[in-house]
Write a protein that binds this ligand. Structure first.
Ligand code: GLU
Length: 280
């Protein structure tokens, strides 16, 4: 009957609307709790930071020059920290509206994806493998893997690493993966973080420590009994990582990186921590 189908139509429409509202509600919730999801989650990452009034960034606490906790002041300092503070200023208008949380190479992606942090700014190389788990910004620093050895060591190239030698590095790093390819015969010992690996090197547990040259420079500055090889045997382009699908946050990050390149702030930060920038 005509009347009956009319009501059926409106009942179906009302039900669809109700379902729609319920589903939208779920989307909102899930994006807050796990940060995953579709378009609504994308808006939420940036929106949540603004509503919270604070940007939460995962950084290293044990890497001189990039992210190092100063035991006297309790402050975390370094290249990545200055980049993170500048990003807080870009998003919230104040570089102090930031919370830094310690990550290691192993914990950074899980901490991002479970919503503990909004972004990773922690000496992290952009790789195809990692792109399956997170989204990356444009490159903000270029490093290459090398070796840290004793001043009087005979090791002057990755090719000098021979069977029976031990190389130290950190879990969850590209350094651990790359060294196995570059020197398949050596023992690789992986530590929770680089501070532990460096302590182990100094106590004679290995012949070399391997990771990115810029990070090894930081260690050599802490202990002049060690030197960094000139040779690099990989390319390690660093990116800022956000949860997959957070395109609005990523867009702001890329805008920020472009701005600091253009206004000289990037060079200022680079010179403060690393030294004079090589001509690009
Ligand atoms: N850049 C390399 C990586 O992302 C080594 C430094 C680190 O472990 O953070 O794995």
């Amino acid at each position: 009957m005509k009347i009956k189908s009319f009501w059926k139509f409106w009942a179906a429409l009302a039900l669809a609307a109700l379902l729609g509202i319920a589903l939208a509600g779920c989307g909102g919730e899930s994006s807050k709790t796990n940060g995953n999801g579709g378009k609504s989650a994308e808006t939420d990452a940036l929106e949540a930071i603004k509503q919270r009034g604070k940007l939460i960034v995962g950084v290293k606490y044990d890497l001189n020059l990039f992210g190092l906790k100063n035991p006297e002041t309790g402050e975390v300092e370094g290249f990545d920290i200055d980049i993170a503070k500048g990003l807080a200023k870009k998003i919230l208008g104040d570089e102090n509206k930031i919370e830094l949380k310690e990550v290691t190479s192993k914990t950074r992606i899980p901490m991002l994806n479970n919503g503990e942090i909004d972004a990773i700014i922690a000496t992290m190389t952009i790789t195809e493998e990692r792109k399956k788990e997170v989204d990356f910004s444009d490159v903000y620093f270029m490093a290459g893997q090398s070796l840290l050895v004793k001043k009087d060591s005979k090791i002057n190239s990755v090719k000098d690493l021979k069977k029976g030698m031990t190389v130290l590095t950190a879990k969850g790093s590209t350094s651990a993966q790359n060294i196995r390819k570059a020197a398949p015969d050596v023992n690789v010992l992986e530590f929770e973080n680089y501070a532990e690996a460096f302590t182990a090197l100094r106590s004679g547990q290995g012949d070399a420590l391997t990771t990115d040259n810029a990070l090894l420079m930081g260690m050599a500055k802490q202990d002049p009994n060690y030197r960094v090889l000139d040779e690099t045997f990989t390319e390690e382009p660093y990116g800022i990582a956000v949860r997959k699908g957070n395109t609005e946050l990523l867009q702001v990050i890329n805008e920020y990186l472009k701005e600091i390149r253009e206004n000289g702030e990037y060079d200022r930060i680079y010179e403060k921590w690393i030294g004079k920038k090589p001509q690009e």
